[in-house]
Design a protein. Structure first.
Length: 576
């Protein structure tokens, strides 16, 4: 979660060292352990270091091997042994234990702009290639790491911190009206290439960008593959491979002897906690996993009990945060909490930041268990239709038989009543177009058309023949929004959040296993955790909150009145 920043004057003018130093210093909250800048004529890079791994204790950035090609990076490179072997095969030798920045730079020296096609992990980095007069930047496949830039005239300004770019005197505060409209319509910007500010853009996930005297180019380098279903002869082979990939995903994200985890009483985060405990304890007895669990009486369904069972079974400490009496900060509208861009629910930002500071007091690395609800979505119907189209009737019979043995039911029959109900209710929860827009703004931005257009987005997404909804779910801006909420820009804490379940190796596997019987109630994960997690947790059905904490907090505590900011009148009609 280190901070990166850079200034490049494409016309050759020297970089203002004082401005670069000021912008770098602004990111101290991201990287409190070291702060350095590098200036090479018309180019300047800055870096602030957050030590989260042993090898990074000696990694100085900005980093260069020869004084001509330089990198600044916020990155964690996974599957390092594989990458080192591939580099060696191309004549680029690197020692094990090299820093992430060195691995990235050597990959760039070996493959140029195609280096990103050989990378696994979470990364946002920039390389200045002096001999070619080129700035090359890239962002990881799912967009875990942010990357912002501003291209004004002949100057390129970049950072992984939006507010850092806003420190540059040439960057205006002018808003991007379409991004603001998206926020008001959908609660988040639908365009992953833009921000709420007209002068500042994003490199979208899975994209790379280059700047040179010849201009700017942004291109996609990766798309989530559509893999054929995976078939094994033995049921144990499915769970063995799942555990192997989960171990890899967790191991690559464990470069410290102490981690925190947001742990519910469900299945996913306890599975991560158990795997982390196993790996850490195999390395050294001087390790610790600490769980953090949020409780809301009346909304959660036994989280204290089930999360407590997991903590007891794994022999890890657990910190309970009870929000039952304070779901909304009563002083939320008086508390000054800055966020880089608008947020949909500002009623608990100050309290949330207290929790993040509590996490930071234990570890700089936090695990989060999001992923399997999407990747293991139970889509039995597309799978059956796929097998019928392929005339794989023996496989269909075998899978239905396995489903009946493991789940004691036919895949289709218990689902029919729910299908009928969902069809009858499909329009019930569709929100109406907001009536409170400023009419001039609504007309100028053609907001009704944008509202209707969103309904057609699903049809334009890539179609997966077996797991269509699961696959589509990884092509929405919701993932970027999740990663952004857990970034230091939002949390104001020196904590790096890591997401093992969206490791690309594990993610592709979960999208490729047969939905019948392995995806019903995330059966593959439950089976893999037998003997590891308490049986009552493995038997527990999905237990989401029974209501929205903000709405329930408003009902219990009251929300109170607040004074609107009159500059918003350009966007909304206060009379409504």
């Amino acid at each position: 979660m280190s901070g990166i920043v850079g200034l490049v004057n494409l016309a050759g003018a020297p970089v203002d060292r004082a401005i670069l130093a000021q912008m770098t210093s602004f990111m101290t909250f991201r990287g409190p352990d070291a702060q350095e800048i590098w200036v090479g004529g018309n180019v300047g890079f800055g870096h602030t270091l957050l030590r989260t791994t042993d090898e990074r204790q000696c990694a100085r950035q900005p980093f260069t091997l020869d004084g001509h090609i330089c990198i600044t990076a916020d990155a964690r490179v996974d599957a390092q042994s594989n990458l080192i072997a591939k580099l060696a095969a191309r004549g680029e030798y690197v020692e094990h234990g090299a820093s992430d920045a060195e691995l990235l730079l050597r990959a760039y020296r070996t493959w140029g702009e195609d280096c990103v096609e050989h990378l696994l992990g979470d990364f946002a980095f920039a390389v200045w290639d002096g001999p070619r007069g080129r700035l090359f930047c890239a962002r990881d496949q799912l967009g875990v790491k942010p990357f912002f830039y501003s291209h004004l005239g002949q100057t390129v300004i970049f950072s992984n911190t939006l507010d850092c770019i806003r420190q540059h005197p040439s960057v205006s505060d002018k808003l991007n009206d379409l991004a603001i409209a998206d926020f008001l319509l959908f609660n988040l910007n639908q365009d992953s290439a833009t921000t709420s500010f007209a002068d500042i853009q994003r490199i979208p996930p899975a994209h790379r960008a280059t700047w040179s005297a010849g201009g700017q180019r942004v291109s996609r380098y990766w798309t989530l593959p559509i893999d054929e279903p995976i078939y094994y002869k033995r049921a144990d082979d499915y769970t063995d491979r799942f555990k192997e990939l989960l171990d890899m995903a967790v191991d690559d994200r464990l470069r410290t002897n102490k981690i925190a985890i947001f742990m519910s009483g469900g299945l996913d985060s306890p599975a991560l906690a158990a795997t982390a405990c196993k790996i850490l304890r195999s390395r050294s007895p001087d390790t610790e996993v600490r769980a953090f669990t949020t409780l809301i009486d009346g909304l959660d369904q036994g989280e204290r009990y089930y999360a407590g069972l997991v903590a007891e079974r794994l022999e890890i400490p657990i910190h309970f945060r009870d929000r039952s009496e304070r779901m909304i900060d009563p002083d939320w509208d008086k508390t000054v909490v800055h966020t880089p861009e608008p947020v949909g629910d500002p009623t608990n930002l100050a309290e949330d930041r207290k929790e993040w500071r509590s996490v930071a007091g234990h570890s700089r690395v936090l695990f989060y268990g999001e992923g399997p609800d999407n990747s293991l979505l139970y889509e039995w119907k597309p799978y059956i239709l796929y097998l019928v189209r392929k005339r794989k009737f023996a496989r269909l019979a075998a899978d239905i038989g396995a489903h009946m043995i493991r789940h004691r039911r036919v895949p289709l029959l218990p689902t029919i009543p729910r299908m009928v109900k969902n069809w009858a209710d499909q329009d019930r929860w569709r929100a109406p177009f907001p009536y409170w827009f400023n009419q001039s703004f609504e007309s100028r931005m053609r907001l009704r058309e944008r509202w209707e257009e969103r309904e057609n987005i699903r049809a334009r997404l890539p179609l997966h023949p077996v797991r269509p909804d699961a696959y589509r779910s990884f092509h929405t801006p919701l993932w970027e929004a999740l990663f952004r909420r857990m970034d230091a820009q939002e949390t104001a804490a020196p904590v790096e959040t890591r997401h093992p379940f969206v490791d690309l190796r594990l993610l592709r596997y979960m999208l490729a296993i047969p939905a019948i019987p392995w995806c019903r109630v995330k059966y593959i994960e439950r089976r893999a955790m037998r003997g590891v997690l308490p049986a009552s947790v493995l038997r527990r059905p999905k237990a989401p909150l029974t209501g929205d904490p903000t709405w329930e907090g408003a009902r219990r505590q009251g929300l109170g009145s607040f004074s609107p900011v009159w500059t918003l009148a350009e966007y909304v009609n206060f009379d409504h």
